[in-house]
Design a binder for this molecule. Structure first.
Ligand SMILES: NC(=O)C1=CN([C@@H]2O[C@H](COP(=O)(O)OP(=O)(O)OC[C@H]3O[C@@H](n4cnc5c(N)ncnc54)[C@H](OP(=O)(O)O)[C@@H]3O)[C@@H](O)[C@H]2O)C=CC1
Ligand SMILES: Cc1cn([C@H]2C[C@H](O)[C@@H](COP(=O)(O)OP(=O)(O)O[C@H]3O[C@@H](C)C(=O)[C@@H](O)[C@H]3O)O2)c(=O)[nH]c1=O
Length: 295
């Protein structure tokens, strides 16, 4: 039995971890979950106290400051959670001998439009990071802080995360689709969604196999947010007009990469990994959301 501590338990990925680990097939894990009220990661002393007392084998860190636009204004807040607290977790991983499973993002990459042709399979794990927004900057610094402080880590970079819990693009679109007759969605940012159920399943496999290092995980396929929105409405049977627009026409506080596809060759080479197509992932998620709305 492995003792596993889950941090950021009330976020979209944290809730998915909890739900999947509660299933009997994963009874090999003894899990203790903490949301931000129970354990504020930025409280260095409490963090050390809890981890010393629990003495876990694995800490899964789903906590992060994920507000991309607000990070531009609240850089200190984003740094405190995404860099400082992560550095402390990594230091504790070395001191207390636990594996740190941490999540990072496609937004660490520059994402120039030309990279779509240059790297058609996506960015590999060793592609140089060069974030174009503050959120990406803090996530990249957080990664580096881990590598500087411990070897006992797994960093999983995912992109365009969505699942049944919390908030994400799929749920935002379904909500806006009910409220408005027309939506504008950017059609010059390319990438691929990653589904939370698939993330947890693959991460459990990596933990079983005692894998360490940095891995990319996303779905097969390459789409724009506009194409993703169109597919969401078509599959969900929502009638709404969606206009494709450029990033310049849809102004946001933070810039987003034009191309942020993650290459998944490395994780696919690990036995037991399962990379799904984004269409399949979206079908699964929509049926999960549909069943929830019937409850
Ligand atoms: N969402 C996405 O599209 C993507 C996410 N990622 C990464 O995946 C991981 C999970 O993201 P996701 O589940 O979507 O994020 P969410 O924003 O849904 O959840 C983040 C969680 O972190 C918690 N948290 C924030 N600050 C603290 C703190 N000081 N102490 C303890 N907990 C805190 C939040 O709690 P509270 O709400 O109570 O503050 C929240 O429950 C993150 O590392 C993120 O950077 C990577 C690529 C895409
Ligand atoms: C709501 C909306 C968004 N958009 C655009 C804005 C943005 O470029 C894109 C996606 O919108 P979101 O607000 O979901 O995007 P964003 O917050 O940028 O999502 C990101 O979150 C962080 C945490 C990550 O790590 C990334 O991988 C990514 O998933 O779609 C539209 O064009 N029309 C709309 O109506």
């Amino acid at each position: 039995m492995k003792d596993l501590i889950l941090l950021g338990a009330s976020g979209q990925l944290g809730q998915e971890w909890q739900q999947i680990l509660d299933k009997e097939d994963f009874s090999q894990f003894n899990i203790a979950a903490y949301d931000s009220d129970q354990l504020d990661l930025t409280d260095k002393h409490k963090l050390a106290e809890v981890l010393q007392e629990r003495n876990p084998d694995v800490v899964v860190n789903c906590a992060a400051y994920t507000k991309v636009d607000e990070s531009e204004k609240h850089i200190k807040q984003a740094e405190t959670v995404n860099v400082k607290a992560v550095a402390e977790l990594a230091r504790l991983s070395e001191e207390l001998n636990f594996k740190l499973l941490h999540y990072s993002t496609d937004y660490i990459f520059p994402g120039g439009e030309e990279d779509k042709q240059r790297f058609p399979k996506g960015y590999t794990e060793d592609h140089p990071a060069d974030p174009i927004n503050k959120y990406g900057e803090t996530k990249w610094k957080g990664e580096q802080a881990i590598r500087d402080n411990t070897d006992n880590y797994l960093i999983i970079r995912v992109s365009w995360l969505c699942g049944q819990f919390g908030s994400n693009f799929v749920k935002t679109m379904l909500k806006l689709g009910k409220e408005r007759s027309t939506l504008q969605v950017v059609d010059d940012q390319w990438g691929s969604p990653t589904f939370t159920t698939n993330v947890v399943e693959n991460c459990i496999n990596l933990l079983y196999r005692e894998v360490k290092g940095t891995y990319h995980l996303t779905s097969e396929g390459l789409i724009t947010w506009y194409e993703f929105a169109r597919a969401i409405f078509d599959k969900a049977g929502v009638e709404v007009k969606v206009e494709p627009v450029s990033s310049d026409q849809f102004e946001t506080m933070a810039d987003r990469p034009h191309y942020s596809k993650l290459c998944t060759d490395k994780i696919e080479a690990v036995p037991g990994s399962n990379v799904i197509n984004w269409n399949q992932g979206l079908d699964n998620l929509l049926s999960q959301l549909d069943s929830l709305s019937r409850l």
